[in-house]
Design a protein around this ligand. Structure first.
Ligand SMILES: [Zn+2]
Ligand SMILES: [Zn+2]
Length: 662
């Protein structure tokens, strides 16, 4: 015997010495090849020892315990047995039926990919990888250690190798086209439908005489089929019937370049699969990079980071989630929860938060608009002309958003694009613009004020539907169709609109957006002070602080949001006058909530009846005109209502009022 060093033997298992069988294991074979051991089979393909083997072993099945007994006996007889014991070790079994397997060195067909290693690496450099680290990481490393491609498979189904071999002289003919095959064979095989069919079994019927002169032997097809990854990797060429048609064009879009592809997307495991074979085949054909961009997505795990599997019972069924949250919520989760290449630990709560956070907020913005606006005054949705600082701000912000989303999508950064939209919808549009602007829709001071607010809101909603369409196609379409009903848009679907031209915001707008950001910071400071002083937001205060230089319009926005009468040092003293106004606002809020409970539309006019302590009623009478206007109430009676649509008890420090609407 001989002992050879090998790095695949672990020093932590067993003795660190293993026997090697050159033809029955990849490591064994590579070692045998390196040190020059003979490559001879002692086992047939049926798992039985070959006939020429001695010691009575010929024809015995290798995994039979009786065979093992015979081997041990024979070693004993020759005094070659050192020791005998039973022990447990790993062994390969068929995953489906549990049959013990035997690794078996066989001849196959190979493609010498190592010959184009330099070109593979150079072409990889031209690809924009998302995530970026794959280029030199997982994929790049794989290319650095590129091995020849084991191209053939010994299966029945698959693309038959177009190789014919002479039975007599072993001459090989590789057939390059149907015409060439027909030339050799005389005619092509047909299937039961009478159609030419070059799959198995028909193709194997083709036998023709040897291409070597005067040999006279018969040529038959080799039994192997191609690795299926060849079929997927050949896609850019095969789809155009290359080499018989040009590969750069799709037949149905003549003249339109389709190679290289703009982008492809698949799981990160495809670095050894599709991503690789696409690159290999294009490189072997010297056609360069087959795709410009690739978005590779990470694995979806359960919320504890465990792989989902039926046996563990932790599989999440998308068909339970989709009816519950909608397919767009699931999409939005995938785009924005983290980068596409990162693994996702799926927790339904995250999906619910995305649904409530983005999907519902976006939809509610539209619902608010839909409730108050019947026809878009600016019916063609041109950029509205407004002097309101709030309008100019939201129009500048939505332009800025368009630039951000466009640039992020240009570099295939889906997460940045999605998060920019989400941030705009929730923080800027819903929580700031519509919050500060909704009273212009609800209780406009003039027709003009209403028309401007409606036009700006419609414009922003249409822009949002357009830029979010690639992400949330159904929600975007629903908003679009809702807008289309109220204005003049010729396109039938949001998905037929052109992408909006990104318009860089000017210096003036930049300054305005910076100022607004500072105003919003000042607002949150004041809200904190109010909370510390225990003053509800509905209770007006005398003064709140804002630095100078924001201009009248911004100051007005600030004062409305913090509910203060003027700019000044924070004043927590509630004068009787302020207190009364706070009470009036409390009454208004309660009437509004009753209107909602009674499912009234904002246009429905109501009557109201209020009863309670005289002092409180006096305050109410003083503010009656304001309350009526804010709540679209025709008259306010003192007393109780016979059949109210809704009734409420409104509690104050001084007692309570009972209010009803009808
Ligand atoms: Zn099996
Ligand atoms: Zn021949």
């Amino acid at each position: 015997y001989k002992i050879y060093p090998a790095d695949f033997v672990s020093a932590t298992e067993g003795t660190g010495v293993v026997h090697t069988a050159v033809m029955y294991g990849e490591d064994d074979f590579n070692l045998g090849k390196n040190v020059g051991l003979p490559t001879v089979h002692t086992v047939e393909e049926n798992g039985r020892f070959i006939a020429s083997l001695g010691d009575g072993l010929a024809g015995l099945y290798v995994k039979d315990p009786k065979t093992e007994g015979k081997i041990i006996q024979s070693l004993k007889a020759k005094n070659l047995l050192f020791s005998e014991e039973q022990y447990t070790h790993d062994y390969p079994f068929c995953w489906r039926c549990g049959t013990p397997l035997l690794y078996y060195a066989r001849r196959g067909w190979w493609v010498r990919t190592t010959a184009v290693k330099k070109e593979l690496i150079a072409n990889n450099e031209k690809i924009n990888w998302v995530p970026e680290h794959l280029r030199h990481g997982r994929f790049g490393e794989f290319l650095k250690d590129v091995r020849d491609w084991a191209f053939s498979r010994e299966r029945y189904w698959g693309t038959p190798l177009p190789i014919w071999k002479c039975e007599k002289c072993e001459q090989i003919a590789v057939i390059g086209s149907q015409a060439e095959l027909e030339e050799h064979a005389g005619k092509l095989p047909r299937d039961e439908k009478g159609e030419i069919n070059l799959h198995r079994p028909y193709v194997d019927e083709i036998v023709f005489s040897c291409t070597t002169k005067k040999c006279g032997g018969a040529m038959r097809r080799v039994p192997e089929v191609a690795d299926v990854w060849f079929d997927s990797g050949a896609m850019p060429f095969a789809q155009n019937h290359y080499p018989f048609s040009p590969y750069e064009t799709r037949s149905h879009r003549a003249g339109n370049l389709a190679f290289p592809a703009d982008y492809i997307s698949e799981g990160v495991d495809q670095t050894r699969g599709w991503f690789y074979t696409l690159l290999v085949i294009a490189t072997l054909l010297a056609k360069g990079t087959p795709f410009r961009n690739v978005v590779s997505v990470g694995i979806l795990l359960d919320k504890n980071g465990q792989k989902m599997s039926k046996s563990k019972g932790n599989v999440v069924d998308p068909w339970e989630l989709i009816p519950k949250y909608g397919i767009d919520a699931l999409r939005w989760y995938m785009y924005t929860i983290n980068q596409p290449g990162d693994e996702k630990r799926f927790d339904e709560r995250d999906l619910m938060n995305k649904y409530r956070g983005f999907i519902q907020t976006f939809w509610n913005c539209f619902v608010l608009f839909d409730t108050y606006v019947e026809k878009v005054p600016n019916s063609k949705f041109q950029v509205p002309d407004s002097v309101s600082v709030l309008d100019r701000w939201v129009l500048a912000r939505v332009d800025q958003l368009t630039v951000e989303v466009t640039e992020a999508l240009e570099r295939y950064d889906i997460t940045a694009a999605g998060r920019a939209i989400e941030d705009f919808v929730i923080t800027d549009f819903s929580q700031w613009y519509l919050r500060r602007s909704r009273r212009r829709l609800q209780h406009p001071a003039s027709k003009k004020e209403f028309e401007i607010a409606a036009s700006v809101t419609a414009f922003v909603l249409l822009r949002l539907a357009t830029v979010s369409a690639p992400f949330v196609p159904f929600l975007a379409e629903a908003v679009f169709l809702g807008l289309k009903k109220k204005g003049k848009i010729k396109e039938e679907s949001v998905h037929l609109l052109s992408w909006p031209a990104p318009k860089k915001t000017g210096k003036q707008e930049q300054r305005m957006m910076e100022k607004m950001a500072l105003v919003r910071e000042a607002v949150s400071d004041v809200l904190k002070l109010r909370a510390e002083a225990g003053i509800k937001v509905r209770q007006p205060i005398a003064a709140a602080p804002l630095k100078v230089g924001f201009g009248k319009d911004m100051e007005q926005v600030f004062l409305e949001e913090v509910n203060a009468k003027k700019i000044g040092a924070f004043d927590a003293v509630i004068t009787p006058e302020l207190k009364e106004e706070g009470m009036a606002r409390e009454i208004i809020r309660n009437i509004q909530e009753m209107r909602r409970e009674a499912h009234l539309t904002p246009r429905d006019v109501v009557r109201c009846a209020i009863s309670g302590a005289d002092g409180l009623l006096g305050v109410m009478r003083k503010w009656e005109a304001f309350v009526k206007k804010e709540t679209n109430t025709r008259e306010i009676e003192t007393g109780r209502m016979a059949k109210p649509k809704a009734t409420r008890e409104i509690a104050f420090d001084e007692g309570s009022l009972t209010a009803s609407i009808g």
